[in-house]
Design a protein around this ligand. Structure first.
Ligand SMILES: Nc1ncnc2c1ncn2[C@@H]1O[C@H](COP(=O)(O)OP(=O)(O)OP(=O)(O)O)[C@@H](O)[C@H]1O
Length: 294
């Protein structure tokens, strides 16, 4: 399968400050690729370069093997976090306006149905709720039936129902064969939607791969959290990884049953015990640390 978007040795500086530091990646057709990272990691800068909106200081971006040119703009869709539109436009007017920018476009009725805008098609766009606004921005980004869709933190500020709804929409769009590049601060969102992710920190990629591979490379299969402080000795020679925080012990292990069998002390209290699989939030914190980014 040929690569859709290829990024080589990309660096971007704002003055002396290096915001993106020599990253390379390949986006395959039909995949959903997630760009994750703490505040200030360089995600938006990278995204703007990939969208063709910002010229990198160094490096190249190739779309279908060619440098980004005018045809690229016809083939991509960008869902911005907000868009400035005249107040007097209804949802339908906004779609009509965006359709007029392209020689051919997806039928507006289809987008209204797909993005569940029927009931609000006549509403002024500035009166929409957060979830409705995101659905309109998504519909606008799909107006030219793009092959490649950029979603920049598309569910920030949405309530859980609206977020679940939005995820379903993204899955449907993906099923149509579109390629998606997504940034998000919600690890569950990345786990739900992304085939592959990259975690960025201080302008560099510190991990890249499928969520499943990254989790199995970085964690044992189960995480057991116990009330109280324990040490390796309490579990004999069982291969585990232990960490302690605020009166609790977190144990990574191959199997909960094995862990309990190996336990040398009286059985730990079930109160406050949890058993779960590692997730992307664990991975994110493991790789980027707990320090607040300012
Ligand atoms: N126009 C600019 N001029 C100078 N510095 C900038 C500019 N835009 C971004 N930066 C800096 O570059 C770094 C990366 O910013 P960027 O917005 O790409 O990060 P991000 O990962 O998208 O962050 P967030 O998750 O907070 O949106 C930050 O330190 C930011 O302050």
């Amino acid at each position: 399968m040929s690569v859709l978007l290829s990024v080589r040795d990309l660096t971007h500086r704002y003055g002396e400050f290096v915001a993106v530091n020599n990253i390379s990646l390949d986006i395959q057709p039909g995949e959903c690729y997630g760009l994750l990272g703490p505040n200030g990691a360089g995600k938006s800068t990278t995204l703007e370069i990939l969208e063709g909106l910002l010229k990198p200081t160094q490096g190249e971006v190739l779309y279908r093997g060619r440098a980004i040119d005018k045809t690229f703009k016809q083939e991509v869709g960008i869902q911005f976090q907000s868009t400035t539109l005249p107040d007097y436009l209804t949802v339908y007017d906004c779609l009509k306006l965006f359709a007029s920018f392209y020689q051919s476009h997806t039928p507006i009725a289809h987008l209204i149905k797909q993005c569940q805008l029927s009931e609000i098609a006549d509403k002024l766009h500035y009166n929409l709720s957060g979830g409705q606004k995101q659905r309109l921005l998504l519909a606008l980004s799909l107006i030219n039936d793009p092959s490649l869709l950029f979603l920049d933190e598309p569910t920030t500020g949405l309530d859980p129902q609206a977020r679940l709804h939005f995820w379903q929409l993204v899955r449907e769009i993906k099923q149509q064969g579109k390629t998606i590049i997504l940034t998000t601060h919600y690890m569950e969102e990345a786990e739900q939607l992304c085939d592959r992710i990259a975690i960025m920190d201080r302008g560099q990629f510190i991990a890249e791969g499928t969520p499943a591979d990254l989790l199995s490379d970085n964690f044992l299969p189960q995480i057991v959290e116990l009330e109280g402080i324990y040490s390796q000795q309490d579990f004999g020679a069982l291969p585990i990884r232990l960490s302690k925080c605020a009166g609790r012990t977190r144990v990574e292990c191959h199997s909960f049953n094995e862990l309990m069998t190996a336990f040398k002390k009286a059985a730990p209290s079930l109160n406050g015990m949890s058993v779960r699989k590692p997730n992307l939030e664990d991975l994110f914190l493991k790789l980027t640390g707990n320090e607040l980014r300012i």
